[in-house]
Write a protein that binds this ligand. Structure first.
Ligand SMILES: Cc1cc2nc3c(=O)[nH]c(=O)nc-3n(C[C@H](O)[C@H](O)[C@H](O)COP(=O)(O)OP(=O)(O)OC[C@H]3O[C@@H](n4cnc5c(N)ncnc54)[C@H](O)[C@@H]3O)c2cc1C
Length: 472
């Protein structure tokens, strides 16, 4: 071995999770090694959140041109130059990339190593001819698109999130397997650029979300022309460049030009040498306890690589914070998935925080549902964004358990509810906030006030008012 390093912390993977740990450790002056085998920034920057949101932003421009007549503004969508859309997406990635770069992290004091990390034993990782014997290791190797077992799929070519953002020509007919957030976001984007889009889903769309609110998203996409087929199983695919045939169980065939597979994720564990380090893993990923520690007490696993965790960039950042507190300060920590929100960035957006109605009932809560529709919000009327509603879940005495918002800017509006849940606020706290008029934020306050609606008609309240009247 040419070199042996003995840092306090060795992080494997420079995606959202690994970068957050490395940046925080370096900020505290802790000797840190960060190993990345591919692109700094991982999935989120290069093939996930950033390109998908940049693509959706371009698609939204196209949609708003088509829909501007209602505002009295006549605009014509002359054409979509998809090569330029591709350039826009790449420019957005390039603008953010310096934050995640090896240069920046080296400047922060992190030793960044390019290469494939493999455990040699319980406390040694090797990258090429460098050996790292760290006090603690953090596995943050992320996930990759899972390939469902479908006859002919392995013959390719098909697209996944790892390749779709390199397309420079608009597909004529995109077939998407999987109606989760990734599949539906991309389906809507391509439809808005002008592709025919067919989405095939074995179960039902957005299966992890509140069904009532997910249905509003599905209807909106269908209204735009996305064909969504639920409860269908793909039996076989035959893909050639520009020519795709998907055969469903039962024999129906669907012809398209491009195939996108967005049917789940698989934790990246291959080649890590987990057995040599005594780290248990299964199909869901690296097995962790509620402190995100693996079966090897020196090693944490966080982000998409950790089994049973929510797979989002902000979840990865949250994990990183817990690891820093536990590894550097020996503070007790415990993952709490109930405080992690998630958003599907379709139009309308779908945002969830805390417990959904179904989850709250499953846990035995006697729930109160509080609602407010977008069409009763003045700003939503002005913007012509009247589809959707907010649905908050509380206990009978007003403890906030969760909220689902479907509609414009749902991803922005959900944060108030996340804060309320994290701070264990009662719904009364949200009724006392003064919210600027006219904003979509009023939706949250109106839903909170809905908690008191039954008391407005309560005979007791009326009797008290009548009694107080006696005093002049
Ligand atoms: C299309 C798409 C859209 C998404 N949109 C959103 C969104 O809007 N909001 C959101 O919160 N989340 C979104 N996500 C999810 C988000 O991208 C992931 O949850 C997040 O990137 C996970 O971060 P991570 O650090 O765990 O893994 P990754 O970002 O995958 O990083 C892991 C890194 O480890 C490296 N690595 C793996 N093995 C080794 C090894 N042996 N040695 C060295 N390096 C290794 C990999 O090369 C990679 O760079 C989206 C995902 C996709 C696919």
């Amino acid at each position: 071995m040419a070199e042996t390093l003995t840092p306090d912390i060795c992080v494997i993977g420079a995606g959202s999770a690994g970068l957050s740990v490395a940046a925080a450790a370096a900020a505290f002056g802790v000797p840190t090694v960060l190993i990345e085998k591919h692109k700094m920034g991982g999935d989120c920057l290069n093939t996930g959140c950033v390109p998908s949101k940049a693509l959706l932003a371009a698609a939204k421009r196209a949609a708003s041109m088509r829909n501007s007549d209602a505002f009295g503004v006549t605009a014509q969508l002359a054409s979509v130059d998809f090569a330029k859309v591709h350039e826009h997406v790449q420019r957005v990635i390039a603008a953010i990339a310096p934050n995640d770069s090896a240069e920046r992290f080296t400047g922060l004091g992190v030793r960044v190593i390019k290469g494939n990390a493999t455990f040699k034993d319980r406390r040694t990782v090797a990258v090429g001819d460098i050996e790292i014997r760290a006090r603690r290791f953090v596995i943050a190797t992320g996930s990759a698109p899972a390939a469902p077992r479908i006859s002919g799929l392995d013959q390719g070519p098909y697209f996944t999130n790892e390749t779709i953002f390199s397309l420079t020509e608009l597909p004529k007919h995109l077939i998407v397997i999987g109606a989760g957030p990734i599949g539906l976001e991309l389906a809507q984007a391509f439809r808005r650029f002008g592709s025919d889009v067919t989405v095939l889903e074995a179960a039902w769309p957005l299966a992890k979300d509140d069904p009532e609110c997910a249905a509003i998203v599905v209807t909106a996409l269908e209204r735009e022309g996305v064909v969504i087929r639920s409860g269908v199983n793909v039996a076989e695919v035959a893909c050639a460049v520009g020519n795709v045939k998907v055969t469903l169980e039962g024999g129906e065939a669907i012809d398209g030009t491009h195939l996108l597979v967005a049917a789940g994720r698989k934790a990246t564990t291959d080649g890590l040498g987990l057995e040599a380090a005594g780290i248990r893993h299964d199909r869901a990923g690296i097995v962790v306890n509620n402190k995100l520690k693996t079966s090897n007490r020196r090693v944490y696993a966080i982000g998409d690589a950790a089994a049973g965790q929510l797979q989002f960039t902000h979840a990865a950042n949250y994990h990183a914070g817990l690891v820093i507190r536990n590894a550097l300060f020996r503070l007790p920590v415990r993952v709490n998935n109930d405080v992690i929100p998630w958003v599907t960035y379709t139009d309308p957006e779908l945002a969830q925080t805390g417990l959904s109605e179904a989850e709250a009932r499953k846990r035995g809560y006697k729930v109160r549902l509080l609602r407010w529709p977008y069409h009763d919000n003045d700003r939503a009327q002005a913007e012509r964004e009247t589809h959707g509603h907010i649905k908050a879940v509380t206990t009978a005495n007003g403890k906030i358990l969760g909220a689902t918002i479907v509609g414009a800017q749902a991803g922005e509006l959900i944060t108030t509810w996340s804060l309320a849940i994290a701070q264990r606020l009662n719904i009364r706290a949200l009724t006392s906030v003064v919210v600027p008029y006219p904003t979509l934020s009023e939706l949250g306050k109106r839903a909170a006030i809905d908690y008191f609606t039954p008391s407005l008609t309560s005979p007791w309240v009326r009797r008290i008012i009548a009694w107080l009247r006696l005093f002049g």
